[in-house]
Design a protein around this ligand. Sequence first.
Ligand code: CMC
Length: 456
Amino acid sequence: MAQIAKPIKPKSKPVLSHSVSFTDGATDGACPQEFEVFKGTLGPNVIDVGKLYAKTGYFTYDPGFMATASCKSKITYVDGEKGILLYRGYPIDELAQHSDFVEVCYLLLNGELPNRKQKKKFDYDVTMHTMVHEQLTFLFRGFRRDAHPMAMMVGVVGAMSAFYHDALDITDPHHRMISSFRLIAKIPTIGAMAYKFSIGQPFVYPRNDLNYAENFLHMMFAVPCEEYRVNPVLAHALDLIFILHADHEQNASTSTVRLAGSSGANPYACIAAGIASLWGPAHGGANEAVINMLSEIGTVKRIPEFIARAKDKDDPFRLMGFGHRVYKYHDPRARVLRKTCHEVLDDLGVKNEPLLKIAMELERIALDDEYFVRRRLYPNVDFYSGIILRAIGIPPHLFTVIFAVARTVGWVAQWNEMIEDPTQKIGRPRQLYTGYGPRPYVPLDQRGKHDGGTRQ
Ligand code: CMC
């Protein structure tokens, strides 16, 4: 990570940089329209197209938001070309080295690192909210034991609005703060309950003498009949995974939370929407895909066969856990986790476990292979988090739940920022309509067999 010579302060308003003109080809450039260009603290400038339709009668077309800034934000910055990730200006590797997850939560929510007194109070407040309403525990019984834990997460987190409706006025900052604490503190409890329910074990209540990651491991793996001792190496690795996944600017699930929240929906409904979006394999499911791929490879001897398949343009197979849409340099989160991954495997003495041996050999070959080097396909965060989570003993179908636990603070911070933004409006994208033009209704007895009556 490059040293940051002089801190750049956040901007209270976007700064007008210059303007660009837009000319409609059809009018031969007769009436160009000017559009303002805003400059953020870092990153590309943005053209303000808010008045484009009013001025020109045009919409913009940008499926997948490849070149569209959907909001302004002071929370997280990603530079994929340089491999930089900043939370409130602090480089992710420095936070991973010196901070802990609950302190990172404070930072993301409040914009600054806490002083000693603030940190103590924040830790206490999170810890004191970890238990869930006892009635909520009965909700789980309505699910099948083999339900996907993310299905339970979507349902139970959405249902929190029915349990904590004493603080649902989103215009009241105090209510928002209470809901934020409840979400961040209770999400690990709910995630662990989803796991316990799926394996038929009793729920384990949180323990206030443990830190966030230790408590999660305790709720996941303790049973009433024997003492469970949290392994500090595993707790530290999990805390790092939480830090590294806490926010990643306007990704699909965060944008979902913002869009749901833009209508004034309550925070639990918005976070449930974020969890639903995260569930998709193109977003939160990649580390599970890494483990499935390693199982499919099965033995170190078969690695060359799979590398060859990954390079073969006629084969849809890709090496899971390699490459990134934004990071075209090392994923800074992967750099941190790689080291931790080796520490965890050493501590557990499982370096010779077949799946992990395949992973390490695959990493070695791919980092050396001209195909991957030339395309800048480095192992991404999911490659290492999948291996670590598996070594910790977390089953692959629960990996996305871990991601949801970590990302809840990012969603909550982004939701709060949106509500506090005086220029915030309900999100309402436009479209390029490609369907029928107006046509007369066709009575049932005049419709063809297969075409709904469009042809006579
Ligand atoms: N294995 C083999 N070849 C690959 C891979 C891969 N994992 N990823 C990209 N390529 C090749 C691709 O075939 C293309 O080759 P060519 O130039 O010869 O046509 C070139 O690299 C560029 O690929 P692309 O699809 O244009 O790159 P992208 O930025 O659109 O895709 C990606 C990014 C993450 C979807 C892709 O790298 C991929 O499918 N990786 C595997 C899945 C994975 O690990 N996903 C997790 C990403 S991290 C999630 C997070 O941050 O939350």
